[in-house]
Each structure stands twice: as C-alpha cells, then as structure tokens.
Design a protein around this ligand. Structure first.
Ligand code: G3P
Length: 215
C-alpha cells in the first residue's frame, strides 16, 4: 500500500520524506488555509520535495471552472493531481481532463454508487472519507471493502485512496483490505511508529548496557 501524507505543511512533509515512507501528498483548501501562504507557491514547494503525486483541489463547482483551474494547477508541476469534488459537474470535468492526460482524484466520496461512477468517468483516484463516515456512526471501512469489490469485479483501474484517516487502525484496516493508498496526517504517522513495548525494550537495553564492565 502506498502512503501519502495528508498535509500542506512543509515541515511535516520534510520530516516524513526523510523517513522514506511517503509516496505522495494530498492537500485540500482546509489544509492549505492553515499554512497562510499563497497556494501556488506552497504547491510548487511541495512538488519539488516529493516526486510522487501531489493532489491539489479545485474550488469551482462548474465543469468549465474546474477544467480552467485544473489546467492552471497542472502547470505547477508534472506530479500535480487535480482533486475534484464528487458532483455531476466534477464527473464531467474528470472525463475531459482524463482525455487531456491530466490526472484526477475525485474527493468527498461517501458511497459505493458514487465510487462506481468515479471509475466509469475515468478518474485516476477516488478518495472515500472513512473518518467522516465513522463520525456519523457508519463504518467507513465498509465503504472501502465495497469499493474494492466493485472495482475488482470489473477491473476498474481507479485507485482507492483511503482518506479522512484519523487513527492508526484506519491505516492497518486499509492495508488489510488492500486499498491502493492511505493518506495519513502527520500526527497519525507518528502514532503508527510508536509502541510502548519498543520504548520499554530500548530503556532496558540502555540500562543493561550500563552494567557491562568497561575495560
Ligand atoms: O483526506 C481528506 C482529509 O483531509 C479530510 O480529513 O479529518 O477533515 O475528515 P478530515
């Protein structure tokens, strides 16, 4: 499974990249707004740091506007993927952009029927939001399982990005279900690393090392 980092924060991206575990980046207007910098400058810097796909979201709700924004954003770097909301206008935009060779990630997916249409439209990625479904007492991972089955049944090539990841179990479940990608906030990446038995084990080795007679 590929791991993308779900952030627009340069420090977090650099830290995760140094660990060698990051295959790409996803951003959205909420994440970009936190950085208090012009979006284009920020995206350019992110694209230079990470060779993999970097998702940048359009804000237009009309097909024409989405396409215009997508063409503009895709000039920033060859690894930009255009994030498009899952609405009728968005599916139309995906169809046109895929013919132009511009990669798309259809976001805010909450149902298997939506995911089916995203694949039919020819998107490169679909982003089902597991955390936000959990928030309303609908198991987000059930959606991933359903999309996996549908895409496998028909050989759709659209990749599943498990998004709205809130905890390490989301990442493990995504991997167990065979999701293509999980996009993970930096705080959850840190949680994934830690284990209390690792810390206890390190401390014991350090304590025991002190007992070794010195020459
Ligand atoms: O990848 C989408 C993500 O940024 C949304 O996460 O936690 O706001 O539902 P969240």
């Amino acid at each position: 499974m590929q791991i993308f980092i779900d952030t627009a924060n340069i420090h977090e991206i650099k830290e995760a990249t140094k660990m060698g575990i990051i295959d790409g980046v996803t951003t959205n207007p909420t994440l970009i707004a936190k950085e208090n910098r012009p979006a284009e400058d920020l995206l350019k810097e992110i694209c230079a740091l990470v060779p993999g796909p970097v998702s940048a979201e359009v804000i237009s709700l009309e097909t024409e506007g989405m396409i215009k924004e997508a063409r503009q954003l895709s000039k920033i770097s060859s690894n930009i993927v255009i994030k498009i909301p899952l609405v009728k206008a968005g599916l139309k935009a995906v169809k046109i952009l895929s013919h132009e060779g511009i990669k798309t990630n259809v976001t805010l997916c909450f149902s298997p029927s939506q995911a089916l249409l995203v694949a039919k439209a020819g998107a490169d990625y679909v982003s089902p939001f597991v955390g936000r479904l959990d928030d309303i007492s609908q198991p987000g991972m059930d959606l991933i399982r359903d999309i996996k089955t549908i895409y496998k049944n028909y050989g759709f090539r659209t990749k599943i990005i498990v998004a709205s990841v809130r905890n390490p179990l989301h990442v493990v479940d995504a991997a167990l279900l065979g999701a293509d990608v999980a996009t993970v906030p930096f705080s959850v990446i840190e949680q994934l690393i830690r284990h209390p038995l690792t810390d206890i084990g390190i401390q014991r080795f350090l304590d025991d090392y002190k007992k070794i007679p010195k020459k």
